[in-house]
Design a protein around this ligand. Structure first.
Ligand code: NDP
Length: 284
């Protein structure tokens, strides 16, 4: 049976390290600050925003929350971002996605100063990641890499298969694995014979959003499986993109859903905010 990679425990350890670092920076009179902007009242976004605030408070990070009505104009939002870009207390700016349809998402993301882009979605930061010199790494893929590190999984020369090519998970995690010297294959909905490609993976990273699309019998014996997918089935049950029960009989290590990658995402947001504050303090 596979080792279960406990995202909650790894995240808790990292958050404690972050808290200690925030305390240390505090002695230099620098408190990391995060601004979280929410437009509209999407219930899932509200939950994420309040989780982020709670996590900031626990880590000693100052957070400022801007809850704007759904009919906020693009111009008003751009003005707020401009203000936050110039606010010295703020090291990171996070605009919760999705935005209402009348607002151009890419225009907003590009208005955030790349130096405060703790989500790592600004094209400048995407470019820096792609050229192997990242300023901020996007949080979910960064969390995946930290989990691999936590189980001492060296990617050098390994076959890594990533399923899903989104800008927020699949593509950046593929780039990060490449930077760690893996041989990377990136799959998507047009990939021919997904089972065969998945079967080559020493490390499989699934970020699809289809409940248990990846069957346990596809997994190579001894592979490491990181399941980013979060899919609701029925009223309450959450499952990943990988058929967990069958996959855990073949894998050497596997993340559960929930309790795997999920807790890492907010942790890496805190980490990026701390990094940004360290730069403000002249440390990095
Ligand atoms: P997207 O919907 O943006 O991307 C899904 C990707 O999966 C696309 O590239 C798509 O291919 C591919 N895909 C869809 N169907 C298939 C298929 N049958 N075979 C192969 N590939 C397929 O999703 P995200 O990247 O935003 O999210 C992926 C999952 O990760 C979701 O479950 C989401 O909830 C979860 N997630 C979890 C986070 C966490 O913190 N734990 C954070 C972010 C996401 P194509 O490009 O061809 O359409």
């Amino acid at each position: 049976m596979a080792e279960i990679i406990d995202g909650k425990a790894i995240a808790a350890r990292l958050r404690e390290e972050i808290r200690q670092e925030v305390l240390r920076l505090g002695q230099k009179k620098v408190t990391p600050g995060l601004a979280v902007v929410l437009v509209g009242d999407d219930p899932a976004s509200r939950v994420y925003v309040s989780m982020k605030e709670k996590a900031c408070a626990e880590a000693g990070i100052y957070s400022d929350e801007y809850k704007l009505p759904a009919d906020t104009s693009e111009q008003t939002l751009l003005e707020l971002i401009d203000r936050l870009n110039r606010d010295e207390r703020i090291d990171g700016i996070l605009v919760q996605l999705p935005l209402p349809d009348h607002i151009d998402e890419s225009k907003i993301l590009e208005a955030i100063s790349p130096q405060k882009d703790v989500d790592g979605f600004h094209p400048y930061n995407v470019g820096r990641l792609a050229t192997g010199n990242p300023l901020f790494k996007p949080c979910t893929p960064y969390g995946v890499m930290k989990m691999l590190e936590a189980i001492d999984c060296d990617l050098t020369g390994k076959e890594v298969v990533v399923v899903g090519r989104s800008n927020i998970v699949g593509k950046p995690v593929a780039l990060m694995c490449l930077a760690r010297h893996a041989t990377v294959t990136l799959c998507h909905s047009r990939t021919r014979d997904l089972a065969e490609v998945v079967g080559r993976a020493d490390v499989l990273i699934a970020a699809v959003g289809r409940p248990e699309l990846i069957r346990g019998e596809w997994i190579k014996e001894g592979a490491v499986v990181i399941d980013v997918g979060v899919n609701r089935v029925g009223e309450k049950k959450l499952v990943g993109d990988v058929e967990f029960a069958a996959a855990s009989k073949r894998a050497s290590a596997i993340t559960p859903v929930p309790g795997g990658v999920g807790p890492m995402t907010i942790t890496m947001l805190l980490y990026n905010t701390l990094e940004s504050a360290r730069r403000r303090a002249g440390e990095a």
